[in-house]
Write a protein that binds this ligand. Structure first.
Ligand SMILES: Cc1ncc(COP(=O)(O)O)c(C=O)c1O
Length: 441
């Protein structure tokens, strides 16, 4: 019964576009609950960065450093610069030129501050891009299946249709062309292709130079933007670096998404989008997109915390515009964790387990493993309860319920000393499930 005169009907569930969308949004809650219910389990589910590298005391000193820089730039006292920092600020960001310099040095991304929109993490930039690009009901975004849950979640929340792409790398460009042409015949417009070409979340895979170029050709042809998300680019442990799609692009078809969540820390909530100089050769359209992102942002978060931007700005100043040196110990740590996980997997499964395979990522935070049986929500609970280890079902990232027999194992935020034990416990669980499967046959 309504007792409040100002009662407003609130939908019980988020307004998502599909049933699949509803369950995708629910899986994050589920995983948080599992981690909370089994606090002593070894979690191989969390893709968080390792906390040992959060150097808050040093980083907080970066704020006064940036403040001094601002007082010189603005010709005001340090105190006045501090007061202006504490105020509302420019919607598209304050540290854009420093970010542009860092992206150029570290990622080969050539841009200018005015083509960057700083957001509350990459997540806000992603939301702004999707909302700006998919304005009409028939506008859709394409993504590989499986893909990053932050992207599918934000599209679901805003009722934006995501069209999954299924293909191995070799056939990906052909599949992209086929799907966009089919969408055209159905009266839909493929507005963007979301990709994590470098150390994908969840698969850990890297797109080769050839495939990146092929995809760029299709996108240019179809006038469809690539949303290139690159949070793990600085975490390459071996192999030759592949240029970003943004760097390879000559037609103005890539919007580049960046974040400081992994290189520095997620709490700073600073990331953003780089809009190319032209959109398919049209400089006015590119400036219009920057303006639209800013306009939407001004009513979403007003502006990104200037104090947090000052922290990043100060670190970039003190590091001469590159994060390469600063992330080097982290990179070594993650490489060591990856190697520990790979050797624990080899020890545990010794090559004679049918249907069990895993990849060897050259960087990033994750690897994936195929199993000879289904591994879903129930199996996560059982594994946590009985073996005290938590992997992540790959199907949680799926747009259409594929990858039922695969899991994602994160090695970024698990103590190095727990990896062998975590994998051994996982091995016990896998054997237990295999035996149960055989008994049932
Ligand atoms: C593919 C991808 N994009 C972006 C992010 C980070 O987003 P944010 O900057 O909002 O923390 C993550 C973190 O897990 C990610 O895996």
């Amino acid at each position: 019964m309504r007792t409040d005169a100002h009662f407003i009907d609130v939908p019980e569930k988020p307004r998502v576009n599909t049933q699949a969308g509803t369950s995708r949004l629910a899986v994050m809650n589920f995983l948080n609950e599992v981690a909370g219910d089994f606090p002593h389990a070894i979690s191989l589910a969390s893709g968080r960065p390792a906390e040992d590298f959060f150097d808050l005391d040093r980083w907080l000193e970066a704020i006064p450093l940036y403040q001094r820089e601002l007082s010189t730039r603005w010709g005001v006292t340090r105190a006045d610069a501090g007061r202006r920092l504490a105020q509302y600020g420019r919607t598209n960001g304050l540290i854009n030129e420093l970010v542009a310099a860092q992206l150029k040095q570290d990622e080969g991304v050539q841009t200018r501050g005015e083509h960057i929109v700083i957001g509350a993490g990459c997540q806000e930039a992603l939301a702004l891009c999707l909302l700006s690009l998919c304005r009409e009901k028939n506008d859709v975004v394409l993504a590989r299946d499986p893909t990053y849950i932050g992207m599918t979640g934000v599209a679901d929340l805003h009722g934006i249709e995501i069209v999954p792409l299924y293909a191995h790398d070799d056939g990906l460009a052909d599949e992209l062309r086929t799907v966009t042409e089919r969408l055209g015949r159905e009266g839909k417009r493929a507005r963007a292709l979301y990709l994590i070409p470098e150390f994908d979340n969840p698969t850990g895979a890297v797109l080769s130079l050839r495939v990146r170029k092929e995809l760029l050709d299709v996108c240019a042809d179809q006038r469809m933007l690539v949303l290139e998300d690159n949070p793990y680019g600085l975490f390459r442990y071996e192999g030759e670096r592949v240029p970003t799609m943004y760097a390879l692009d000559h037609t103005g078809s890539v919007v580049y998404l960046f974040t400081y969540s992994k290189t520095l820390c997620p709490a700073v909530r600073i990331g953003g989008a780089v809009v190319p100089d032209t959109l398919f050769g049209d400089a006015i359209a590119a400036r219009a997109l920057v303006a639209e992102l800013g306009e939407r942002k001004s009513f979403l978060t007003v502006n990104t915390s200037q104090l947090n931007q000052a922290l990043i700005g100060g670190i970039l100043l003190s590091e001469n515009g590159t994060l390469n040196r600063l992330v080097s110990p982290q990179r070594d740590h993650y490489r060591k964790n990856r190697d520990l996980m790979l050797s624990a997997l080899s020890d545990e499964f010794a090559g004679n387990d049918e249907g069990i395979r895993w990849n060897r990522p050259e960087g990033g935070f994750f690897l994936t493993m195929d199993l000879p049986f289904r591994f879903g929500q129930e199996e996560v609970l059982q594994c946590a309860r009985e073996r005290h280890v938590i992997p992540m079902p790959l199907s949680f990232f799926s747009l259409s319920g594929i990858c039922q027999n695969s899991i994602r194992l994160a090695f970024s935020n698990v103590a190095s000393t727990h990896i062998a034990e975590g994998v051994a416990r996982l091995g016990q669980f896998i054997r237990q499930c295999e035996e149960a499967c055989h008994a049932a046959v």
